[in-house]
Design a binder for this molecule. Structure first.
Ligand code: ADP
Length: 253
């Protein structure tokens, strides 16, 4: 039996990656806003082979009540992977990995949410991974950020998320599953459009120079994704017919 590891897998063919991308290219990304009727805000994201959906509820009353904060809303984030989202059936329900991803994703989004506007309430974010191909936490954060905006939650800015990795001694942007599973390093980040970083994790090893290169690449990836997020929201709200406001109404406001 041949065991696949970084020493016997070739990540490049004719200078391109296994899915035909250059080292500094993100996977194709598709964002659809307002896909769920019963959620206050929702978003569907495809990033390469990842398919995720985010639903936002709130601000609403907190249950259980002892979790209430008198000065601000609390934010809850649940990352969940469907059992059919990976090659072999994933055991349903929360596990160590989903607790970790829920925590870091919440911490990636919380800094931009104006929670002090809604004391004693909760903003619930649910992220369901329907199909996984590495980078589900970044796809989930991108979807959640758009879903929060769709729910009308006041935010300082959007959050965009993307990973960089190292495979075959080369720094690559937005690793897909083979690169993530058999590569040398994986570094997901999330950031505001002004460059403030709200998430940074790393698996594997990078030298200081490689780290700088990976960081630069991931920041560029986030900027590209931000443009798609922005466009998807503009597209959605351009479609909604607004009632024209009469001059009298404008005066009374
Ligand atoms: P991320 O999806 O954010 O990159 P990981 O690095 O933990 O998070 O996972 C990388 C990829 O490994 C996932 O996107 C998925 O394709 C695969 N994976 C994760 N957990 C499982 C699992 N329980 N069973 C099968 N594949 C999994």
């Amino acid at each position: 039996m041949i065991v696949m590891d970084e020493s016997n897998i070739s990540f490049f063919k004719d200078g391109l990656r296994l899915d035909g991308r250059r080292a500094d290219e993100v996977r194709p990304i598709k964002i659809e806003v307002g896909v769920l009727a019963r959620a206050d805000g929702s978003c569907y994201v495809e990033m390469g082979g990842n398919k995720v959906i985010a639903a936002v509820y709130g601000p609403r009353e907190v249950h259980p009540r002892h979790l209430q904060e008198v000065t601000r809303a609390i934010v809850r984030y649940r990352y969940n992977m469907a059992s059919f989202s990976v090659e072999e059936r994933k055991r349903p329900g929360p596990d160590r990995r989903s607790y970790e991803l829920s925590k870091v994703s919440r911490e990636a989004l919380e800094p931009v949410i104006l929670t002090s506007y809604f004391p004693r309430s909760v903003i619930d974010v649910f992220v369901e991974v329907l199909q996984a191909d590495a980078g589900t936490r970044t796809a989930g954060i991108n979807a959640a950020s758009v879903a929060l905006a769709d729910a009308g939650i006041p935010m300082k800015s959007m959050i965009s998320s993307c990973a960089a990795g190292k495979v075959g001694d080369t720094i690559v942007l937005d690793p897909m599953k083979e690169e993530d599973n058999f590569g040398q390093a994986d570094m997901p980040i999330a950031m505001m459009p002004n460059g403030e970083i709200t998430l940074m994790q790393m698996d594997g090893r990078l030298s200081p120079d490689e780290f700088r290169q990976a960081m630069e690449m991931a920041i560029r990836g986030c900027k590209e994704i931000y443009e798609v997020q922005r466009k998807s929201l503009i597209e959605r709200y351009n479609q909604i017919e607004m009632e024209p406001i009469s001059p009298q109404e404008v005066e009374s406001q």
